[in-house]
Design a binder for this molecule. Sequence first.
Ligand code: ADP
Ligand code: MG
Length: 280
Amino acid sequence: MSAANSTGLVVAARDVSMVYRSNHARPYLAVRGVTLEIAAGEMLGIVGESGSGKSTLALAIAGLAGRGGDAMPRICGGQLEVHGTRLRHVGRRARDRLTLQVGFLRQDAAERLSPLLTVAENVAEPIYQRDRRFSVREASDAVATVIDAVRLPLSLMNRLPYQLSSGQRQRVALARAIVLEPTLLVADEPTRGVDASVRDGVLDTLRDLHRDRGLTAIVVSSDLAVLSRIAPKLAVMQKGILVGLGDLDTLTTAPENEYLKGLARSRAALGSAKTEKFHG
Ligand code: ADP
Ligand code: MG
């Protein structure tokens, strides 16, 4: 199975629109005509205010749109190709094959860890979901490898989620997302609910995983400070529309749109905060 299609792209979104059919009187277009490409080995940040469609797009890239009934969004326009799989009208088998290659850290992943399973069992779960008869020994090797990769001490393996700090729980969720050795990682709000003091540690871990494992990565956040730390290239969403794509310098030099102007201001504020820290 190749990591990318013949054009070397891991993600190719062409005029993708997405709709929700629940919770709204009429079908609700949450993503409107998004076109973007992500090459193998790239790290893309998706930024935008709450409700701008970031998670909806992330779900689609993770191969989950159109699955699980009306609570999930559907691709209703354009075409989204991930690892060469066309996801609009995708069949179940092709989708299952794809989801094994994509690690997805959901927005609420840390809260969704099973409270009754140990750290090691939580991380191993996707292995056994894929193959119930997988060798226990190989599984525990894989678990130890990813626990180490997310910089958790192996001594935490037998703890339960509630015995961990917020940052540790997020690392467990991250370990779980990469245990099947995905070639693409989609991390939705990876620092949400993580104490500010350990937030940068979680981000640095993501960056290291991207660098050391050659993972293509998409990191979603409404916080520019988070993304400017790790993502060289940003996609800016506003009300379901992609309003900017590029590096932060390009996006914030002579911004045309109101949201990008705001981004330029918060970037300036970030810059001066850094300078203050540096001098203080
Ligand atoms: P973001 O992640 O940028 O905060 P989302 O992608 O979660 O935004 O949401 C985009 C829009 O879709 C919002 O207006 C939101 O209310 C709507 N939406 C999100 N999830 C659902 C759902 N399960 N059912 C119906 N509408 C939804
Ligand atoms: Mg979201």
